[in-house]
Design a protein around this ligand. Sequence first.
Ligand SMILES: Nc1nc2c(ncn2[C@@H]2O[C@H](COP(=O)(O)OP(=O)(O)OP(=O)(O)O)[C@@H](O)[C@H]2O)c(=O)[nH]1
Ligand SMILES: [Mg+2]
Length: 223
Amino acid sequence: MNSARSDPPPDADVNDDHDERADGPRVALKILVAGGFGVGKTTMVGAVSEIRPLRTEEALTEASVGVDDLDGVGDKTTTTVAMDFGRITLRDGVAIYLFGTPGQERFWFMWNELSRGALGAVVLADTRRLMASFASIDYFEQKGTPFVVAVNCFDDADRYDPPEIRMALDIDPHVPVLLCDARRTVSAKQVLVSLVEHALRLASGPSSTSPRAWRTPARTPEG
Ligand SMILES: Nc1nc2c(ncn2[C@@H]2O[C@H](COP(=O)(O)OP(=O)(O)OP(=O)(O)O)[C@@H](O)[C@H]2O)c(=O)[nH]1
Ligand SMILES: [Mg+2]
């Protein structure tokens, strides 16, 4: 497997001027960027990372045909086979270590490894293929891991309001549903801040993330 480093995105200027770097961050958090195949996970990690992101992209080959659902992913030619890794330091001395998960079903076994010790997860979704993100939502619900759902607004996708997305994905009222552009640093960073705030709220209040018995379970890495 080739682990390729890629150039930082042109607008990856997050915290270039922050004061914490010399002393290191006071708090380090691990966050996952999950969601279905091709929803923009690698793009989001690259958009916010202040270091050159580690990527494990491999070419989509003929072997994918009939195995992976390639509908609606346009001219995508590569896929994450292990993980993405990036880091962002917030201004208050909080470093976030970002782990992007693989989206293809055959690499789901990585999710258990990657989710160990995570504060929470961003579940990215694409309104053209909402089903692709069901498994991630079920996975974090079952684990009791705090998560937010962030709809990556692709240019050629129909726009829906968060309440419509919440209903379509059958998401609990306490789970934040956001719209974002995974390519944009500011937008992606807002999603991360929302997740940290959500996780802190849950940690300071009574737990309400237990799985709902009546959701038809999707297949997940544990199921
Ligand atoms: N127009 C548009 N294209 C995007 C956006 N986000 C990602 N893309 C493109 O969509 C494709 C898929 O993005 P990736 O970031 O590789 O998706 P992924 O979720 O990591 O994919 P897997 O790891 O294969 O599951 C790439 O060609 C991106 O350039 C977006 O917000 N808008
Ligand atoms: Mg990827």
